[in-house]
Design a protein around this ligand. Structure first.
Ligand code: KG4
Ligand code: ZN
Length: 340
C-alpha cells in the first residue's frame, strides 16, 4: 500500500516576522514570510507594533502559503505553531490562530519550541544539504538567542551554554546603531567588514566561564571607543567604517569560535550545525569552513531562508512530532520563556 502523505501547516510569529509554511512529509511546498518594516525607524523591535502587524499579516500569509503549495486546507494533516520562546503578544496571535483553525478543521494541533526548530531546520529535505548525524552540536545565533546545544536525538537536547546578557545579533545591531547604520545592522556590518582590516582595532573579548557567552561588555567597549575617537576626529566613523566593522566582526567571530572549540573539546563531538539570523554571516561561515580543514570538523549551514525566523522550521518539527503522535491539548498556552 502506498504511504499516505502528511501535510503540515507551520505558523511562526514569535518576534517580528509573520510566516506560514506547508510541508509534505519532509519536503517544503511553500514558505511565506512577511517582514515587518515598521521596526526599522525605531532601531529595534517594538513588541506592541509587532503583535498588531502579526494580526494584520496572519490571514493573508497563511492563505498565500496554502495557495502556493497547491493544496486545499482540507488536505492538512495537522497545524504546528510556535509556542515560545518569544514576545508574548506576538506568540498569542499565532497560537490563537493555529488553535482556531485546527479546531475548525478537526485536525491535531502541535506546539513547537522555536529554539528546537532553529536546530531541526537542518532536517528539511534539501538537494544540496546533508542532515547532521546524532549526536551533533548546534549553535543558534540570532537577534534573540545565542546557545550551544548538544543534540542526541530530535527531541533529546541539552543546552550546554548560552548568553548571560545580550544575544550575538544584538551585539551587531547595537554596534551598528553607534555607527549610525540602519536596523538590523548585522548584514551591513558584515558587508563593510569584508572590505576592512580585522586587526585595525582591538576589542577585549569577555571572560565568561564554560560555554556561556556575554556580549554586553563588548557593546559598551565599542560605544566608548567610538565616542572617544569621534571626539578627536568628527569624521572618524566615515573615514574608518570598513576597518571598524571588520574589527568588530573579527572579535565576535573569535568569541563564537572559541566557545565552539571548547564545546568540541568537552564533548568530543565534531559535527557542528548553526542556525539563526547570524548564521548568514560571511565571517562565521568562513571560520567554520576553515575549522573543517584545521580541526577535522564537519559543519552544517542551513539554506539562507531557513536561517532567519521562518515557518518551514516550525513545520518540519511539526512533521517529526506528528510521526510520534505528539499532539497538543487545545488548552495549550503561549509561553514567552519556554526552555529547550
Ligand atoms: O533569526 P533572526 O531573523 O531573528 C531573531 O530571532 O532574532 O535574526 C536576526 C538577527 C539580527 O540581529 C541581524 O542583525 C542578524 O540576525 N543578522 C546578521 C546577518 N544577517 C542577519 N548578523 C551578522 N551578519 C549577517 N550577515
Ligand atoms: Zn529565531
Amino acid at each position: 500500500m502506498e504511504k499516505e502523505n502528511i501535510y503540515i501547516l507551520g505558523i511562526e510569529s514569535s518576534c517580528d516576522d509573520t510566516s506560514a509554511a506547508i510541508l509534505c512529509n519532509d519536503l517544503i511546498l511553500s514558505n511565506v514570510v512577511a517582514n515587518q518594516k515598521i521596526h526599522a525607524e525605531y532601531g529595534g523591535v517594538v513588541p506592541e507594533l509587532a503583535s498588531r502587524a502579526h494580526q494584520q499579516n496572519i490571514v493573508p500569509v497563511v492563505h498565500r502559503a496554502i495557495e502556493k503549495a497547491g493544496i486545499s486546507k482540507n488536505q492538512l494533516s495537522a497545524i504546528a505553531f510556535t509556542r515560545g520562546p518569544g514576545l508574548m503578544g506576538s506568540l498569542l496571535v499565532g497560537t490563537s490562530f493555529a488553535k482556531s483553525l485546527a479546531f475548525g478543521l478537526e485536525i491535531p494541533l502541535i506546539d513547537i519550541n522555536h529554539m528546537q526548530a532553529h536546530i531541526l531546520a537542518h532536517f528539511i529535505d534539501e538537494p544540496d544539504h546533508n542532515k547532521p548525524p546524532f549526536p551533533f552540536l548546534a549553535m543558534t545565533i540570532s537577534g534573540g538567542h545565542t546557545q550551544i546545544v548538544r543534540v542526541d536525538d530530535y527531541f533529546k537536547m541539552e543546552v550546554l551554554g548560552e548568553t548571560i546578557d545580550d544575544a550575538v545579533g544584538e551585539a551587531y545591531d547595537k554596534s551598528g546603531k553607534v555607527l549610525g547604520l540602519g536596523y538590523p545592522a548585522g548584514p551591513e556590518i558584515d558587508k563593510c567588514a569584508r572590505l576592512g582590516n580585522p586587526k585595525a582595532y582591538t576589542f577585549t573579548k569577555p571572560k565568561v566561564d564554560g560555554l556561556n557567552f556575554s556580549f554586553s561588555g563588548l557593546k559598551t567597549a565599542i560605544l566608548y571607543f567610538v565616542q572617544r575617537e569621534v571626539k578627536a576626529n568628527p569624521n572618524f566613523i566615515q573615514e574608518n567604517l570598513n576597518d571598524i566593522c571588520a574589527s568588530i566582526q573579527y572579535t565576535i567571530i573569535g568569541i563564537l569560535m572559541d566557545k565552539l572549540k571548547l564545546a568540541v573539546k568537552q564533548t568530543g563531538i565534531k559535527h557542528i550545525a548553526i542556525g539563526g539570523g547570524v548564521s548568514a554571516n560571511s565571517g562565521i561561515r568562513k571560520a567554520l569552513k576553515l575549522a573543517e580543514q584545521k580541526h577535522g570538523w564537519t559543519t552544517y549551514i542551513p539554506k539562507f531562508e531557513y536561517t532567519t525566523d521562518n515557518a518551514a522550521m516550525i513545520a518540519i518539527v511539526g512533521y517529526l512530532k506528528y510521526l510520534e503522535k505528539d499532539f497538543s491539548d487545545f488548552d495549550v498556552t503561549a509561553t514567552a520563556r519556554l526552555k529547550i
